[in-house]
Design a protein. Structure first.
Length: 137
């Protein structure tokens, strides 16, 4: 069966939308909780009406494994915020070395992986995972 002209592009767009909408979402009601998120995964704070999607690590200045550093450094994580109670702007940057309480809960990055290594290029920003602790203020 031959598809009409342009049908291939339409199929590609529909497939991309289905994949984008099917990224895993963890729903949270009780705090505190520790959630493991890969890039593109979401956590829904049901009682707050906010969903956070972990987009990527924007910068990673943490001291590489095996190096001797005078500063531990930090990773800056980017989240997209959606939902009826999400703040205007819809973006949150979270530093791995300090919690954020701007959403009425305390968010802290307990662990960010993979870790930088000496003599290796940095990982792709989408390869990161974060263990995100969410607790009451």
């Amino acid at each position: 069966m031959k598809l009409p002209a342009g049908a291939g592009a339409l199929v590609a767009v529909v497939a991309a939308v289905v994949v984008a909408c099917s990224s895993p979402t963890t729903s949270v009601n009780d705090l505190p909780v520790l959630v493991d998120l890969a890039a593109g995964n979401r956590v829904s704070l049901v009682d707050r009406g906010i969903t956070l999607r972990f987009d990527s690590v924007v910068t990673d200045s943490r001291c590489p494994m095996g190096a001797l550093c005078i500063w531990a450094g930090q990773a800056i994580l980017s989240f997209t915020l959606t939902g009826p109670n999400a703040p205007a702007g819809g973006r949150l940057l979270l530093a791995s070395d300090r919690p954020d309480s701007s959403l009425g809960v305390v968010l802290s990055a307990e662990e960010v992986t993979p870790y930088l290594q000496i003599n290796l290029p940095p990982p792709d920003h989408r390869a990161y995972r974060v263990q995100l602790r969410i607790s009451a203020r």
